[in-house]
Structure formats: C-alpha cells, structure tokens
Ligand binder design. Sequence first.
Ligand code: RET
Length: 238
Amino acid sequence: MENFLNLMYFFGDTPAGDDLVGITFWIGTMAMMAASAFFFLSMNSVDAKWRTSILVSGLITFIAAVHYMYMRDAHAAGDNTVVFRYVDWILTVPLMCVEFYLILKGAGATTKHLKHLIVASTIMLVTGYVGEAGLGDAALWGLFSGLAYFYIVYMIKFGELAKLAASAGGAVQSAHNTLCLFVIIGWAIYPIGYMAGTDGWYDFIDAFVPNMEVIYNIGDSINKIGFGLVVYNLAVSK
Ligand SMILES: *C/C=C(C)/C=C/C=C(C)/C=C/C1=C(C)CCCC1(C)C
C-alpha cells in the first residue's frame, strides 16, 4: 500500500496519501474513463441488435467519469459533493433501467415497464437526496428511498420482467439474472454509505464502515462497470 501511494505521488497532481476519498475519486475517474473507451470501441464489433445496449454501457461510465472529475475537484477544495453525486445518479441509474429494457425488449418488454423502473428509481434518488442534503429527517427519507429500492428489486426479480426473462431463456435470461444480482447486492452498498454519512438510529454502523464517499465510490465502480460488462458479455455470446 505504501509503495502504491508513493507511485501515485509520482504522477503529480494526486490526492494526499492519507486522503482515501480523494484517492478513490482519482482511481474511480480512471476506471470509468477506461471502461468508457472499452465500451465505445467495442460497439462495432458486436451484433447490431446489441449496439445500443453497449452504447448505453459506455454512456453510463462516461457520465460518471465526468462527474468524478468534478467531485474530485470539489473534494480537493473542501466543498460538498452531494449535488454532483446525485446529478450523476439521476442520469446514470435511469440508463441502467434502460439496459434492463433493451435486454428484454426482444422478449416483450414495453416502454411501460421502462417507465415504472425509471419512476421508481427517480423516487429512490430524490428521497435519498432529501435525507442526505439535510432537507428532512435522514432516517425517514432513507426509509422512503429504501421502499422504492425494494420495489425495483420486486419488479426485476419477481414481477413481469422476471417472467419475460424466463421466457427468453438462454444468454438473455442469464444476463438478466446477473443484472438482478448487481441490483440486489451491488446497489445495497449505497444504503450502507448513506447510513455511514447521515445521522439516525443506525449510527452504530459508523464504527464498522469507512467514510460514506469511499463506500459510494466503491459501489459506483462495481455497479457501473459491472453492469456494462454483463451487457458486453451478452452481446458477444453466441
Ligand atoms: C451508478 C449509480 C448507482 C447504481 C446508484 C445507486 C444508488 C442507490 C441504489 C441508492 C439507494 C439509496 C437507498 C436505497 C436508501 C438510502 C438513500 C440512497 C439514495 C443512498
């Protein structure tokens, strides 16, 4: 770890070695940029019917890369990153809903399904923002957000989308199931970050987990790049 941090100093304008938040913004930016290049460059080497899905994968990581640069600067200046964070999410999470739709479109998914996912994810994020920005009781608004999150899980895992995935079978079904795992396990990282960063009955958690920003940054890399790779894997499968 020590050597790694020294190596980072070598590159010049890097965060201080003990600034874990700054370091994860820095690594996150590069990971998102690299992933974007990979997805955009892969677009033309996949079957035409998956091209839009790969494009969306690249847009998700690209939008995040840009926001990470802003957040890194804001953090370095000692400013709050919460608005950048939620603007990023309000753009990228609906795009992740679009991935579910595009994958299952051939199996009969409609824009009505997409709309439900987008509305639920918007409610999840707006209520989360209210709690995190201190506009209301964090525990209460976090709970509202959590209910919307559970609704999304219900829709993709037990609702009509799950049935469409089962009817499609094969590579489409397994891609859908893997994306579900990302939502159920990967997205559950975010409420942990929220609990670490806001005050409520759950404050005991602060003793076990690092800083909120670090948790969000880890969650973003896993989920945004992971989602894209699942879609890529589907697109190159035969
Ligand atoms: C790329 C960004 C992603 C996938 C962001 C996902 C964010 C969430 C799943 C956030 C969920 C939250 C709760 C379920 C409760 C507490 C408030 C939030 C917004 C952190």
